[in-house]
Ligand binder design. Sequence first.
Ligand SMILES: Cc1cc2nc3c(=O)[nH]c(=O)nc-3n(C[C@H](O)[C@H](O)[C@H](O)COP(=O)(O)OP(=O)(O)OC[C@H]3O[C@@H](n4cnc5c(N)ncnc54)[C@H](O)[C@@H]3O)c2cc1C
Length: 322
Amino acid sequence: MAVEESSEAEELKEARRYMKIRDIIEQRGNSLSFEFFPPKTQEAETQLFDAIKRLEIFRPSFVSVTYGAGGGTRKTTRRVVEHIMLETSLTPMPHLTCIGQSEDELKAILRDYQQLGIENILALRGDPPRETAWSPADDGHCHATDLVRLARSFDGLSIGVAVYPEGHVEAPSLETDMFYTKQKIEAGADFAITQMFFDNRFFYDFMERAEKAGIRIPVIAGIMPITDIGKMKQFCQTCGSTLPSSLVRRMETAGSPGEVARIGIDFATRQCEDLWQHGVRFFHFYTLNRAEAVTEVLHNSSLEGLLGETSEEDLTSSILVT
Ligand SMILES: Cc1cc2nc3c(=O)[nH]c(=O)nc-3n(C[C@H](O)[C@H](O)[C@H](O)COP(=O)(O)OP(=O)(O)OC[C@H]3O[C@@H](n4cnc5c(N)ncnc54)[C@H](O)[C@@H]3O)c2cc1C
């Protein structure tokens, strides 16, 4: 009996892993996901794999792995994705950027992922490198829409795209940005993940504008629990997300890094609760390859239903090991 049960559990694991995100979201009626980036050292890789293992207890809908624009992390992104496929019960979604890569290179990457059993991809443009002069490859793709179209030509991939509650930094207006966002989605996206935001009003406003524009796919809210305010200020300057000045002030006058993290975790907890109360059911956490902050946010916030399958025992043990 025990053997039957465990093989049934294995089958369930398998079935879950090889699912398209659009179907997982539809089946669950909600979504929880975690984002990781490819590590640069052996030590960082060990830390990442440990974080993935710890976050597995939350039974996320999927986990995603970022990609260095231009192909800089091509091998490492693939290695992390393969690890997730082989060593965990999770559904991995690689990010892929089209900037600076030829159509042939992109096709080879997509073909390789399909052979690995990957069913989901986040199609992005990526950012040109700031340090060096940059020009697109001769047959290069310049916008995420081009990659969405290319990925759509691969049978059976479920495709996600990035969207920007505050507008993309390069966009001349919110209207222009929404116009291209809609175009990108109509090219064949099944779901979207937002850039991080810290004031929920940006998200509510974006959703209203998206609704008016006729966008109907699930939009997953990107949440970043801040643990290092210096780094986050730099990052937000680049990506255009607004940090509330009162939050920055509190963090900059905090007495220790631990206190900064506590303020960041409390802030993200309240942010998620407010989203949940406003009917938001799709959450994507930027983990920075660490489990602690996200675990605390999920443990402290009352997102009933989102953690439906996670037992109290699992949660408590996860808090204890962090
Ligand atoms: C959830 C998420 C995950 C990310 N993961 C990664 C990652 O793994 N690796 C990475 O390098 N970066 C990543 N990024 C960052 C992303 O690559 C940058 O924000 C990039 O500047 C834009 O990418 P995009 O796919 O949104 O581009 P696009 O959708 O192409 O949009 C870029 C800009 O071009 C405009 N635009 C779009 N189409 C047209 C058109 N036809 N004509 C004129 N203008 C147009 C848009 O309005 C926008 O201003 C991520 C961002 C998010 C939100």
